[in-house]
Design a binder for this molecule. Structure first.
Ligand code: BGC
Length: 737
């Protein structure tokens, strides 16, 4: 109770300070607080200094380094009339100087504690540089890997994304935002941005409200519940309403339903773009619309700065609304403790790129790697090797392994796979390196024969293929998600030699690998693994570390199958293996032939290549003895699902135990499976562990026909296992009220 009273006193005091500041502000000063301007250079230009001095800017983005950030803060604090410090924002998305795996890769770790720790390091390094606000985490549910921004999100599943969203927020913000080393996080992009049509960035999205609430909003809700300081709108229009003008999302859902009292920032120029969307007549109209909808700060758009004061004077935006916006900004600055400590002292922080940070990102890369396939070639037995061929455009490229959004990442710190493998093999094994293709996109096949020759001489060929960093991320959508360039030809040609082939896949998205998956002996997906990708990969290939990552998103067989995700609905005609006839098996000239009248593609079947949750280990895990207790739960009760997992292989390893449920009969069609829990366990050979998950009625709820959350009585299936294909099942029942 005492602690609670203490917290209330702190926030009451904060609110008092907000009110007294607000009372002393002129209209132009209020407007200034809701304006964010871009810097993008390492000195303060005189015009910007004047803007800050006059109280015409409350936030600057892309100012990095203590010299420039302290210079900016000094102008704000010492030279402006009210001395209000600045929010200094930057995209610190997956690390700062030390780069961690891309967010989608971190999601493959299914390791909230790891993700928290990695975000913490990013926050420390950003704080060193005077940045006090990151535009992360990205929480867009990514079910269409054509969309390049799936790299920035946490995968296809609301539950996994929500758990990791909390972890990221806690990592960036720490226990207390006002402590040095904590930075404000920003949940983005609110909301439904991952569902843009055809995965084409910035396009429109159409999402029924129940699905929006069941699938796309839970990670944002989790971030808000974890105390995220800020939220960012999105570029796209959702159901015809651009996200930066969506008052239902911003005011009703975020503020009223969820009680969010932090700050909402637009995306980059997304306010003036309301004109381009065709919902605002001009920039002033756009500013009024965004302000009324609940966007507190204008990122680099110039619309609030140019028009808001006049709009308030003319009564088109109420002064009350503007005050609400300013309160949100001031509250954020107070939470960050900026009034007490506006300046950064880099000597108080560990140096970016220091050994402990590098070691953490090596661990992150290991935990994020997903062993998709292994016919037994991995781990490599060094004692039995005399020659290894290391082939491909991504084997030795310290920059490309960092992935998208690495403004401050230092490629010179990167340790690439080729040198790391050479070092790990320690001269005992001859390494033949052949780049073969200039880049992943290269169609020039002239280098393939040299790769084939090297593979033919070797005991094993390790192929580093995938996508360069530029092929994913913002505005980098692809219509065809096969391996680009001549990589499929390269892989097939190398595999033809008969030498065992290990394919190491660096990628920013799930790829369609059907053309090559059968030809290779093992596939290790490392995403864009970050600074220490090389040593991490060497550890994994040589069995010094055991893969334990699991897919946070489905890998389709072919692009045309997407969106393809495990939590699909059943349909009235679900695919059954015995009712599927593939194109090549259709009888000739059979116009009336029925291919089974079930839901599948003639040329791809119904299944993905690798399902959500999938990931192999160098050992094997078996599951047994699933039970639900009690077998029926009351609406105010709970049910515990338990199973035993056993390491039946020869090595120790970590397994991500996953719980899925299915609501068998409901008033709305429900997913065939939904992830409801997961846990990482470490097991020595022969060791067994009982793993339990407890669910309440709230965990069984969905948004019903009336759009209210409801847990409907009836039977549920529950599975526990190592992927979304787990087959160990039990049943329980939710009783009537
Ligand atoms: C992106 C945001 C990012 C912002 C600032 C925009 O283009 O959509 O995710 O935070 O730029 O760099």
């Amino acid at each position: 109770m005492e602690g609670r009273a203490g917290i209330d006193a702190v926030s009451a005091d904060r609110e008092d300070r907000v009110e007294s500041l607000l009372a002393s502000m002129t209209l132009p000063e209020k407007v200034g607080q809701v304006v964010q301007v871009n810097l993008g250079e390492d000195r303060v230009p005189p015009e910007l200094a004047a803007e800050i001095r006059d109280g015409r800017a409350g936030s600057v983005l892309n100012a990095v380094g203590s010299e420039v950030t302290n210079a900016l803060q000094r102008i704000a604090v010492e030279e402006s009339r009210l001395g209000i410090p600045l929010l200094l924002g930057r995209d610190v998305i997956h690390g700062f100087r030390t780069v961690f795996p891309i967010p989608l890769g971190q999601a493959a770790s299914w390791d909230p504690e790891g993700v928290r720790a990695w975000s913490r390091i990013a926050a420390l390094e950003a704080s060193w540089a005077g940045v006090n606000w990151t535009f992360a985490p990205g929480l867009d549910i990514g079910r269409d890997p054509r969309w390049g921004r799936v790299a920035e999100g946490l995968g296809e599943d609301p539950h996994l994304s929500a758990r990791l969203a909390e972890a990221m927020v806690r990592g960036f913000q720490g226990e207390d935002l006002s402590v040095a080393g904590s930075i404000a996080a920003c949940a983005k992009h609110f909301a439904g941005y991952g569902a843009v049509e055809a995965g084409r960035d910035y396009a429109s999205a159409a999402i029924p409200e129940a699905e929006l609430r069941d699938v796309h909003l839970p990670p944002f809700r989790a971030a808000v519940d974890a105390g995220v300081a800020t939220v960012m709108t999105a570029f796209h229009d959702l159901n015809g309403i651009p996200a930066s003008a969506n008052e239902v999302l911003l005011r009703v859902v975020l503020r009223e339903e969820w009680g969010f009292d932090g700050m909402v920032v637009s995306d980059w120029r997304s306010i003036p773009e309301l004109v381009v969307h065709g919902v605002a007549a001009d920039e002033a109209d756009a500013a009024a619309m965004a302000a009324r909808a609940g966007v507190d700060m204008d990122m680099a758009g110039g619309a609030y700065g140019s028009h808001l004061a006049r709009l308030v004077r003319e009564g088109r935006v109420s002064e009350d609304r503007l005050d609400g916006m300013v309160r949100a900004v001031l509250r954020t600055k107070l939470r960050l403790g900026l009034f007490e400590a506006p300046y950064t002292d880099p000597s108080r922080f560990p140096a970016p790129g220091c050994e402990p940070h590098l070691e953490a990102t090596r661990m992150a890369a290991i935990r994020s790697a997903v062993l998709l396939k292994n016919d037994g070639v991995l781990p490599l037995e060094v004692a039995q090797l005399s020659r290894v061929a290391v082939i491909g455009p991504l084997a030795d490229d310290g920059y490309e392994q960092l992935g998208t959004w690495v403004f401050d990442g230092d490629p010179d710190l990167s340790r690439a796979p080729l040198p790391a493998l050479r070092e790990a093999l320690g001269g005992r094994v001859h390494v033949d390196a052949v780049r073969a293709l200039e880049s992943t996109r290269s169609r020039d096949t002239a280098g393939i024969p040299a790769a084939v020759a090297a593979a033919a001489r070797a005991d094993v060929a390790v192929l580093f293929v995938g996508e360069e960093s530029i092929l994913s991320g913002e505005a980098h959508s692809r219509a065809d998600i096969r391996l680009p360039g001549a990589q499929e030809r390269l892989i097939l040609a190398v595999a033809e030699t008969g030498t065992p082939v290990v394919m190491v896949l660096m990628t920013g998205r799930p790829l369609a690998l059907a053309a090559v998956a059968d030809a290779v002996d093992a596939i290790l997906c490392v995403w864009h693994p970050g600074t220490m990708g090389g040593p991490a990969i060497a550890d994994l290939l040589l069995g010094r570390a055991t893969p334990s990552g699991k897919l946070p998103a489905t890998f389709p067989r072919m692009t045309g199958q997407v969106p393809l995700y495990y939590a699909r609905r059943n349909t009235g005609r679900p695919a059954r293996p015995d009712r599927i006839t593939l194109l090549e098996d259709l009888p000739p000239r059979a116009p009336q032939h029925s291919a089974g009248n079930v839901s599948f593609h003639l040329d791809a079947g119904a299944e993905p290549l690798f399902p959500f949750g999938h990931g192999l280990s160098y050992t094997r895990f078996e599951y047994a003895d699933i039970r639900a207790e009690p077998p029926a739960l009351r609406p105010d009760g709970s049910v515990t699902i338990t199973a035993e997992v056993r390491n039946v292989g020869e090595r120790g390893g970590e397994e991500v135990v996953q719980l899925y449920i299915r609501d068998l009969v409901a008033s709305m069609t429900r997913p065939v499976r939904e992830l409801k829990g997961f846990r990482r366990v470490t097991l020595e050979p022969g060791e067994r562990r009982t793993v339990s998950f407890t669910l309440t009625a709230a965990d069984l709820a969905f948004h019903g026909r009336d759009l209210r959350p409801v847990a409907e009585p009836g039977r549920f299936h529950a599975w526990i296992g190592g992927s979304s294909r787990a087959d160990l099942r039990t049943t329980f029942e939710l009783e009537e009220r």
